[in-house]
Design a protein around this ligand. Structure first.
Ligand code: ADP
Length: 319
């Protein structure tokens, strides 16, 4: 292929900009032409497309968000939306598309491939909820953001001898809570993949109080419940001073970490290489520290069990 497009779609994630940069610079290096499609599939439906040059992606590797903007576009899922998208593709002579986003974005990429536009998906979501890849772009940064906030919380919780329930994002995936919990030394972690055991959590809180610990942090994944409800329930059962904190959208912003910048660069390069070799309908990922690509449909059908070793590790270290 000689002419490709790149878009970011769905929820934004730190590292998307670094990935756009990698796609554009790699494509230009290989002598290809590259178009940026604005606001994900919305830009494809509504012909919002610009040619990208070397300096279109200058000074963005360190920036969160996405210079191409992102959106949710229901029209793309309709017959008319697809027809409009195909005519945009034809107008610019685009031969293949790189879609950076989460599972919805990947379903859109499958649709494009089915309609004769080879597409490659790059996993860009803080949730780490795409099972075919060990890590998605933005996950590392989001966990580090949570860790910084947990450090701050622990200071004030220790001063007041309080318990803090911290709700983090991740949709139905508990990875942000699990990694932030282990990294932040949480006394308990609650994730959707493992049934909650409140009695055990209360026992742990009491044990740590008995040995003089002045604060407790409980990490709660949004898919496993609400921090406010849990705080109320635990308050009633223990009489402790318990506060709930929802970290919210700050997790989605910020300068990408080194890990996300490197991942973005490798993912972007690999995706362009695939299209250069006329290979579409692939999902790019990282497995056992190696960049891989697998069939898009297969990627969407995969299941990954939660890392129970990590969960157990958290329990042991928080004793
Ligand atoms: P994410 O990619 O972060 O999971 P969404 O689920 O909102 O975000 O999906 C982003 C966009 O991808 C949607 O607004 C829509 O344009 C497209 N999309 C989502 N699901 C499908 C689908 N089943 N078929 C085609 N396109 C889809």
């Amino acid at each position: 292929m000689r002419i490709i497009g790149v878009l970011t779609s769905g929820g934004d994630a730190p590292g998307m900009n670094a990935c756009i940069r990698a796609v554009v610079r790699t494509a230009l290096y290989f002598g290809m032409k590259v178009y940026g499609i604005s606001r994900g599939y919305y830009g494809l439906v509504n012909d919002d497309v610009i040619e990208m040059h070397l300096d279109s992606v200058s000074d963005i590797i360190q920036r969160g968000g996405t210079i191409l903007y992102t959106a949710r576009c229901d029209e793309f899922k309709t017959k008319e939306g697809m027809e409009k998208s195909l005519s945009t593709v034809k107008k610019y002579g685009i031969e293949g598309i790189i879609a950076i986003g989460g599972d919805g974005t990947f379903r859109g990429a499958i649709d494009l491939s089915t309609h004769g536009v080879p597409a490659v998906g790059i996993p860009g979501t803080i949730d780490n909820d795409l099972p075919y890849t060990d890590y998605t772009l933005g996950f590392d940064t989001a966990v580090n953001t949570c860790l910084n906030l947990i450090n701050n919380l622990r200071d004030t919780m220790t001063s007041h001898e309080r318990v803090s329930i911290v709700e983090v994002m991740g949709r139905n995936c508990g990875d942000i809570a699990l990694y932030a919990g282990v990294g932040g030394g949480a006394e308990a972690i609650i994730i959707p993949e493992v049934p909650i055991n409140l009695d055990d959590i209360i026992k742990r809180m009491q044990q740590s109080r008995d040995r003089g610990k002045r604060s407790n942090i409980i990490l709660l994944a949004e898919g496993a419940g609400s921090a406010e409800n849990l705080a109320k329930e635990l308050r009633e059962k223990t009489g402790y001073s318990i506060r709930s904190t929802i970290i919210g959208h700050v997790q989605r912003g910020g300068a990408p970490t080194m890990a996300d910048r490197i991942l973005a660069s490798k993912f972007g390069y690999h995706a362009v290489e695939l299209l250069k070799n006329d290979t579409g309908n692939r999902a790019v990922g990282i497995v056992n520290n190696k960049i891989v690509d697998i069939d898009l449909v297969e990627a969407m059908n995969m299941k990954r069990p939660v890392d129970m070793h990590m969960f157990k590790l958290a329990e042991i270290l928080a004793l």
